[in-house]
Design a protein around this ligand. Structure first.
Ligand code: 2HA
Ligand code: ZN
Length: 290
């Protein structure tokens, strides 16, 4: 290495250290920054929609594809903590997670003060925070990571998990008959053609379970084998997709249908819904799964 190269490399290193001290890891990693700011964008929508009261909801995205060797060499800024599960498929992988107790409306403005980047240890059972601040990840971390482990294990291209509290969908989950298999899916699809087009697997149902419980995580994982969006009865939804914008869009189209249904009911009638023939025509025209 010539002296100018050494100087350049030293300058680069001291620049990185300086940025880390005074600013964010995102400043030197534009691709990672773009992914984290997608989460901030969605967090803003969740707040504006009234789906994220106080610290409600959580988001985790797998950012391993945007991590370079420099990030791999970052020293942890916290002690190793147990995940509470062993998840071998995600060992050594990186995630951006909303912080526990943090508000979506704050995350929308300052994603790195209300969330952090974690690295999963080589045993698949622990994690450390690597940037920017020691913001402890969401209380739902085990359930989010269980789902991410399944994405990698099964070769899925999905990299985002979203939990939120959409008012109209939750209201509908308070009515027992709607919780029977695919009753809500059929009803919501029939409210407007776009819902089946953009949420082609429909809405799975998980009967009420204690928030953050192992039972809830396991029931969710099972339901996600057939659906991209799962209703947690009387609590909220859990959605998955390739990225956080697409996960949000699937919940958004379902909730739009729920709003149309409720608006019609408020006008005093039950909406007739698209006919079976109209839905079949749509399914064929857009090559959707049956
Ligand atoms: O983390 O919404 O269900 C806040 C929640 C937990
Ligand atoms: Zn919740």
């Amino acid at each position: 290495m010539g002296s100018s190269q050494i100087l350049r490399s030293t300058n680069q290193k001291s620049l990185q250290n300086a940025c880390r001290q005074m600013g964010s890891i995102l400043e030197l990693h534009p691709d990672l920054r773009k992914k984290v700011y997608e989460v901030a964008e969605v967090a803003g929508y969740l707040w504006q929609k009234g789906w994220a009261e106080r610290n409600g909801g959580n988001i985790t995205i797998n950012v391993t594809d945007f991590v370079n060797s420099e990030i791999c060499h970052l020293k942890p800024i916290t002690e190793e903590k147990s995940i509470g599960l062993v998840l071998p498929a995600i060992k050594g992988q990186y995630f951006y997670c909303k912080g526990t107790g943090k508000r979506m409306r704050d995350l929308a403005k300052n994603p790195m003060e209300n969330g952090s980047i974690i690295r999963i240890s080589d045993d698949g059972a622990h994690y450390v925070i690597v940037a920017d601040y020691p913001v402890q990840p969401t209380s739902e971390l085990p359930s989010h990571l269980l789902v991410h482990n399944w994405f990698i294990e099964s070769g899925s291209p999905y990299r985002a998990t979203l939990h939120t509290h959409p008012i109209d969908l939750i209201a509908m989950s308070h009515h027992g008959p709607f919780l029977l298999k695919d009753v809500l899916t059929e009803l919501l699809w029939s409210m407007i053609p776009e819902t089946k087009a953009f949420c082609p697997k429909g809405l799975g149902i998980v009967p009420y379970c204690l928030p953050s419980s192992k039972e809830l995580a396991e029931a969710t994982l099972k339901e996600l084998e057939d659906y991209d969006v799962v209703m947690w009865e009387k609590h909220g939804v859990f959605a998955i997709d390739t990225d956080i914008i697409n996960a949000f869009d699937q919940v958004d189209v379902l909730n739009k249908s729920a709003q149309i249904y409720i608006s019609a009911k408020n006008m005093g009638f039950s909406p007739s819904g698209m006919s079976k023939e109209q839905l079949q025509e749509m399914t064929k025209a857009f090559n959707l799964p049956k």
